[in-house]
Design a protein around this ligand. Structure first.
Ligand code: URP
Ligand code: ZN
Length: 464
């Protein structure tokens, strides 16, 4: 059967437009006003009073992440189910090379966790944690096989590369038309600050942000952009959290450098005082980079509205409070870093962005779908409502209301940093490649996710 989404407001690249969307097989067949249809072969989905968005893309998940001590409880099944229920039809997870492994081995490990289990479409960025000439050669082969985005860490002693290695990696990724994202925090400074906090016996949760102040991010961004400029490669800054970091990016852009920026809902909505919550509750918010101050949040919201920030991913990396985060009761450095978010990202951006008047409805589609698809080699197959593209669509009902809670989330974890936050709007139906996969808050088709080999990064003019 064809599926006709009828009478909604289509959130098109050109702007919100009243109309119908016809899905045939796996693709979008037609878009227009009052589209004709055959009632014998067409199922109708009324969308009056609703927006119709392209399926959202989460640029940043860590499902089933093994941090060397514990494994995050959201695997590709629960994490992708949660994502779909929130309207996200594609996730890009970070396959991570173990030191001593080839890139191909890293990818194989991630396929073993994801294939056959994932409910939404998925692809992998590849985090490079070990560098030598044979790894450099492998960049060419993995890019040809459809992995065109990479990541490097400047923090975490077991993951980070040295500056000279980042330089070589950037040159290589630039050569294959890919994009290198970076976790920008100065790992040496963090180690030094942790050592000082330890000597001062400051090991409670509220010391976490003191070990990673804004300067640690801003310095790393400056250094990363300097290296990227020398390498002549475009770059992506993942999970940007500070006004200072954004100012460094803007200064580089003003000099003509091509820099893309991702932020996350937690840095837009949650403030640093959360770490002082009683009864170890602050551990819920332990992530890196840490939560910041109100002025940083304002700078990031402004950055979204002005097109300075290109994508909003989640950095979903959930850990239970009981049995995992509480390993750090006596020492915050032992609290596994990360929070859940895959299910709630569109809800949060709609409620606190669109409905609050901070960003427009078109901005939401650009930040959650179009820009990610362009940057990560999925456009125009995904990322926009356009004939010939994948039939990924979300009927978004602005009249829905709810309250986020660990008790009602699909994430397989015992906490959420957004506990108690009121939300408006939500997905009434979600379609993945033409198939109805979510209806009225329930997953109605399971394990339909397909692995996505991707093209080279399509560069775009920011803020357009
Ligand atoms: O705290 C976080 N963000 N954990 C996930 C790994 C990372 O830093 O990207
Ligand atoms: Zn990171």
């Amino acid at each position: 059967m064809d599926k006709l989404i009828q009478g909604g407001t289509l959130v098109l690249p050109a702007g919100p437009t009243p109309g119908d969307l016809l899905l045939r097989g796996e693709i979008i067949a037609q878009i227009g006003r009052d589209l004709p249809y055959d009632p014998q072969t067409t199922e109708i989905f009324p969308a009056d009073g609703c927006y119709v968005f392209p399926g959202f893309i989460d640029t940043h998940t860590h499902f089933q992440l093994d941090n060397g001590v514990v494994v995050s409880p959201d695997d590709f099944a629960s994490g992708s189910a949660a994502a779909l229920l929130g309207g996200t039809t594609t996730i890009l997870d970070f396959a991570t090379q173990n030191r001593g492994e080839t890139l191909a081995q890293g990818l194989d490990n991630w396929h073993a966790m994801a294939d056959g289990k994932t409910h939404c479409d998925y692809g992998f960025h590849l985090a490079v944690t070990w560098w030598n000439p044979s790894i450099a050669r492998e960049i060419t082969s993995v890019a040809a096989a459809g992995v065109t985005s990479f990541k490097v860490y400047m923090a975490y002693d077991n993951l980070r590369l040295r500056d000279q290695e980042i330089f070589a990696l950037l040159e290589k990724v630039g050569e294959v038309g890919g994009i290198l994202g970076c976790h920008c925090e100065n790992g040496d400074l963090i180690n030094c600050l942790i050592q000082r906090l330890r000597l001062a016996n400051r090991l409670g949760v509220d010391a976490h942000p003191l070990s990673r102040p804004p300067e640690v991010e801003a310095e790393a961004i400056y250094r990363y952009l300097t290296i990227a400029k020398m390498a002549g490669a475009p770059v992506n800054i993942v999970h940007l959290s500070t006004a200072a970091g954004l100012a460094v990016v803007e200064a580089a852009r003003a000099q003509g450098q091509e820099v893309y920026v991702e932020t996350c809902p937690q840095y837009l909505l949650l403030e640093q005082s959360r770490y002082s919550q009683p009864d170890f509750r602050g551990a819920v918010y332990v992530m890196s980079p840490p939560l910041r101050r109100a002025a940083d949040q304002e700078a990031l919201w402004r950055g979204l509205a002005l097109g300075q920030v290109d994508t909003v991913g989640t950095d979903h990396c959930s850990f239970n409070l009981a049995g995992q985060k509480d390993l750090g009761r006596e020492d915050f450095t032992k609290i596994p870093n990360g929070i859940p978010g895959a299910q709630h990202r569109p809800l949060l951006l709609y409620t606190y962005g669109v409905a609050a008047g901070r960003v427009g409805i078109g901005d939401m589609a650009r930040l959650l779908a179009e820009n990610p698809a362009k940057l990560f080699g999925l456009y125009p197959r995904k990322g926009a409502l356009a004939p010939g593209g994948d039939g990924d669509a979300v009927i978004w009902d602005p009249r829905q209301t709810g309250v986020i809670s660990a008790a009602n989330q699909r994430h397989n974890v015992d906490n959420t940093p957004y506990e108690g936050m009121a939300v408006t709007g939500g997905p009434r139906q979600v379609f993945l490649r033409g198939q109805l996969v979510v209806a009225d808050g329930r997953l109605v088709a399971e394990r339909q996710g397909r692995y996505l080999a991707r093209a080279a990064s399509l560069r775009f003019r920011r803020g357009i």
